[in-house]
Design a binder for this molecule. Structure first.
Ligand SMILES: [Zn+2]
Length: 210
């Protein structure tokens, strides 16, 4: 068992209950880091602790595959929140599947507070229980602040609590500058086969930040 998993120390945590979505999507450190859902013996305790598996239940291969599909569908939505492309039909299909199967029930608590919960205890039902969280966030504006990092090799999910809500990177130092460097190099390549930056009338070109 690893001592530390990708989301153990979340640098930009979302408020609950959106944090549940963030935790699921951040179970893997892309592109080639640890994946908490890769192995059932690691995935089972995590899913129980995060309410996605009943404590007494076994974790089947199909359940685990579904959780990973839903994780990646959510990531596609959160890439869109960060200004990326709108998720297509294939990207949202896993969410539509759990939505079609889940039976939502309204409950009215003391004081008249209305909540929605999923009737059922399977992994699919519990994953469907994330849908009202998304829906509430879409209505109160917090969903739009949950974003996948703009670095396509990273896509770590962060909550954008910056004042202008214009955050693009999970971390400026590790991802923002990396991408700026890449764009800088691409521009340089496009500028000439020698890789030299043509002199442009004494104008200063942006220098990459290491
Ligand atoms: Zn990142």
């Amino acid at each position: 068992m690893r001592a530390n998993w990708p989301d153990d120390d979340e640098p930009k945590p979302a408020p609950q209950p959106l944090r549940r979505i963030q935790a699921l999507v951040n179970t893997v450190e892309r592109p080639d880091g640890a994946d908490r859902l890769a192995d059932p013996s690691d995935a089972r305790p995590w899913m129980i602790a995060n309410g996605l598996l009943a404590p007494s239940a076994e974790l089947t291969a199909a359940d685990l595959a579904l959780a990973i599909e839903v994780r990646e569908a959510l990531r596609a939505l959160l890439i869109h929140n960060a200004g990326g492309p709108r998720p297509g039909p294939e990207a949202v299909a896993p969410l539509q599947r759990i939505a079609a199967k889940g039976r939502l029930q309204a409950a009215v608590g003391d004081g008249g507070v209305v909540t929605l919960r999923v009737d059922g205890d399977s992994v699919a039902d519990r994953l469907a229980g994330l849908l009202p969280v998304i829906r509430d966030g879409q209505r109160d504006g917090t969903w739009a602040l949950l974003k996948a990092c703009g670095n396509d090799e990273c896509r770590w999910v962060f909550y954008d609590s910056s004042r202008n809500h214009g955050g693009t990177w999970c971390d400026m130092a590790s991802c923002g500058n990396k991408l700026k460097n890449r764009q800088f190099r691409a521009r340089r390549r496009a500028d000439g086969p020698s890789g030299q930056v043509p002199h442009q009338g004494g104008g200063q070109r942006a220098q990459p930040v290491e």
